[in-house]
Design a protein. Structure first.
Length: 105
């Protein structure tokens, strides 16, 4: 059952990420999905989940929802002047959200 749930979670997360990107039409969409996904992952992992929940929600949903490869490409495309603050905001927001999620669990 876990593989089916994993596929459903990953598929729905990828669609959600796409819809957020389509709705926002901006580089801010990547910050939003990465921060929200990191917060959810922090919440799930701090709750000491079962292996199945960690796989489905942590790896399946959060892994497909967040997009750190696109973040790296976008940060590089912004260049040193704008890419550095973009990276700091994204990483700071993601770490902060993960800590907040863990604290809420």
């Amino acid at each position: 059952m876990t593989p089916l749930l994993f596929c459903a979670a990953a598929g729905s997360a990828a669609v959600g990420r796409f819809l957020i990107g389509a709705a926002m039409h901006s580089w801010l969409a990547l910050i939003v999905v990465n921060v929200v996904g990191s917060g959810l992952l922090g919440y799930v992992l701090a709750g000491d989940p079962s292996p199945a929940v960690a796989t489905v929600v942590g790896t399946g949903f959060c892994g497909a929802f967040t997009t750190y490869s696109s973040f790296a490409i976008e940060a590089r495309a912004f260049g040193l002047r704008w890419g550095t603050p973009y990276a700091l905001v994204t990483l700071g927001g993601a770490f902060g959200a993960a800590a907040l999620g863990a604290g809420l669990a």
